[in-house]
Design a protein. Structure first.
Length: 112
């Protein structure tokens, strides 16, 4: 099983029909570690850039990083059959017997 998050949705054309592109990313955050020691110019610059990127992510001007896991190109009917996932929805992908099953994580808000 792999837990993923819907990171973006975009309109597209699939097989001549209106469709939706669904980007799924890993929910496990990427951790970047740097060895301890004296602060040189490079580490100061890295800290400044990291602070800037974090600030831009907090105000929504830059997406938060996520390890891409799967991109789906679905027709509107297929998207509806999948339960119309929205951005930030969490989905469990279960792989068994040459089949992938999508399971919404309990406690998710559902749209009517």
């Amino acid at each position: 099983m792999v837990r993923v998050k819907v990171s973006s949705l975009a309109s597209t054309e699939v097989d001549g029909e209106t469709g939706i592109r669904v980007d799924l990313v890993s929910t496990t955050p990427r951790v970047i570690s740097t060895p301890g020691g004296a602060q040189d110019d490079l580490s100061v610059a890295q800290n400044v850039i990291q602070g800037l990127v974090t600030g831009l992510q907090q105000v929504g001007l830059m997406p938060k990083p996520g390890q891409p896991r799967m991109i789906l190109f679905l027709t509107s009917k297929e998207y509806s059959s999948l339960g119309e996932p929205q951005i930030n929805d969490i989905i469990d992908l279960v792989f068994e017997n040459s089949k992938i099953t999508f399971k919404k994580v309990a406690g998710m808000a559902t749209s009517s």
